[in-house]
Design a protein around this ligand. Sequence first.
Ligand code: A2P
Length: 317
Amino acid sequence: TGPIIKLNNGVSMPALGFGTFANEGSKGETHKAVVSALNAGYRHLDCAWFYQNEEEVGSGMREFLSSNPNVKREDIFITTKVWNHLHEPEDVEWSLKDSLRMLQTPYVDAFLVHWPIAAEKNPDNTVKIGANGKYVIKKSLTENAEPTWRAMESLYTQGLAKAIGVSNWTEKGIETLLSYAKVKPTVNQIEIHPFLPQDNLIKYCLSQSIMPVAYSPLGSQDQVPGTGEKVSTNKDLNAIAEKNGSTLAQVLIAWGLKRGYSVLPKSSNPGRILSNTKLITLSEEDFAAVNKVAEGRKTRFVNMKDTFGYNVWPEES
Ligand code: A2P
């Protein structure tokens, strides 16, 4: 369902993907959501080692495939990501292999560096937290991600990932990465919605043939600090949905697709999972109206500065 995007290495990726991050999700929730999503027609699943639910994604996918013999694993685009404490080359490889085991697949379609920071790890393979309650940053590997990227490239060459890329990276970080990359990143997965339109980063990525992929395209359910505003209750956005006889989610998905990138709505509700695949097209007038709401906004709902103790986006402070 929806348009297909050609990545810079020739791999095809459905523009509409299903986000599997389940914040405090109950056991079995991701399994059910993945079965619903595949039944609804999604053929792109966005996962991560950090989400701690890849076994459920794997079992959901296997359940769907066994009851739909006309659909093959190769028909589904699966992304996973390496977490911050696994940036040492041998850990990058371990991370992907652990994800492959949990996802019950011999390869992923895209493997991403989840954040542009490397953190220390504990002997038990958990993230080391410092006395200040924040991640202990591995400074040298954060400042120079070349060893991490070399490991990503090797996994790509081995065919364990059909594409490699990054997530939450800035223009500056990508520029540095491009200076030593033998294999160019195919995507940069970032938060994008009308309260964080990311015009400059999108423009930069597209100019480098790096496909932006939008997480939280529905603007999450969070409130703008200070004003308490939400994307989901914005009057102007809801008026556009009403005018189209659609849901607001459908407007937001259409806005992202019209801007030319991939979008990853997530839901655990079967009705909403399905309705989010019913794509609408925005008229130029409605597209402009969403752009007007977005103009000048810079609200990030996913801000890990406090968790990491590291400023991932120095440009913004
Ligand atoms: P639910 O799982 O109850 O459907 P984002 O990806 O921007 O963070 O947004 C995810 C949130 O949006 C989830 O809380 C999800 O809740 C909600 N959501 C997903 N689809 C829709 C929809 N069509 N209408 C309203 N809320 C939605």
